[in-house]
Design a protein around this ligand. Structure first.
Ligand code: AMP
Length: 284
């Protein structure tokens, strides 16, 4: 596996591959890699000749009160995992090369970036869209791989790619979970044992709404109330939002649910912010 830090060297390596007819896949990450990231790398390896994993803790997507400074950065473990996954290139740009002095340009996606985490974390998706576009310009991939655990992020990137005519396929990959249902996340490492023990309730709450739907409940408010009632049984959890939204434009659903609906949740457990979501299927 090659480790590349300079954007020019990265573009050169990618162009060299493409010049010989090899496709390039990009998996953007912030490191502290786990099985969720690994699933994206395997998918990219299965579909592309050259797999690039970027590892960049993007300051632009953290708010002033958020965990940028303390975000886990276990570089050696990340490198070893990527070696085992037979990743071709680990791209680890320096923040000063991504955002040099005088940096002034930002990508704002309207609509899908505004609700859910966009409302709770002002500026977050502006930082995400900007860094993803910049990474795409540095790597020039044929395809880029994202996890549906960050469903809204996938919609933001997909909208950006469509609106800005990006020549890169956006591939959405399923959420990888721990055996007890907790969605894997680099932030799970922050959880104290007593918080880790209650964290799977987020997934259980989402599933309870799906079960209510399976049982014939169609009302959006009733489905949300069902999920909330599960979370309310656990005093360690402070709910930030739990919303039922249209899976395409992410606007809130109010009437009866037909087809598919996205139930998305964000909550704090012992100070750690976790998110999860489930695509509910009504079967009608
Ligand atoms: P991050 O390092 O948190 O920025 O995540 C990098 C990529 O991995 C994003 O596309 C995430 O959606 C994806 N990802 C993170 N956790 C999971 C998971 N549990 N299952 C699938 N993909 C994930």
């Amino acid at each position: 596996m090659r480790i590349i830090t300079k954007p020019e060297a990265m573009r050169e390596a990618s162009r060299a591959a493409r010049a010989t007819g090899r496709t390039v896949g990009l998996v953007p990450t912030m490191g502290a890699l786990h099985e969720g990231h690994a699933s994206l790398v395997r998918r990219a390896r299965g579909e592309c000749a050259l797999t690039v994993v970027s590892l960049f803790v993007n300051p632009a997507q953290f708010g002033p009160e958020e965990d940028l400074a303390s975000y886990p950065r276990p570089f050696e473990a990340d490198r070893a995992l990527l070696e085992r996954l037979e990743c071709d290139v680990l791209f680890r740009p320096d923040p000063a090369d991504v955002y040099p002095a005088g940096y002034r340009t930002w990508v704002t996606v309207e609509g899908v970036a505004e609700g859910l985490c966009g409302a709770a974390r002002p500026g977050h998706f502006r930082g995400v869209a900007t860094v993803v576009l910049k990474l795409m310009n540095m790597v020039e991939p044929d395809a880029a791989y994202f996890g549906l655990k960050d469903y809204q992020q996938v919609r933001v990137i997909g909208t950006m790619a469509r609106d800005l005519d990006l020549a890169c396929r956006i591939v959405a990959c399923p959420t990888v979970r721990e055996a007890d249902g907790l969605a894997m996340s680099s932030r799970n490492a922050y959880l104290a044992p007593e918080d880790r023990a209650v964290a799977p309730i987020l997934h259980r709450a989402l599933r309870a709404a799906q079960e209510a739907l399976d049982g014939g409940e169609r009302g959006a408010a009733a489905l949300v109330a069902r999920a909330r009632s599960v979370i309310a049984t656990e005093p360690r959890i402070a709910l930030e939002y739990l919303d039922l939204v249209d899976p395409e434009d992410l606007t809130p659903l109010t009437g009866p649910v037909s087809g598919r609906a996205l139930l998305a949740v964000a909550a704090r457990i012992g100070g750690t912010r976790l998110i999860d979501n489930l695509l509910l299927e009504s079967g009608t």
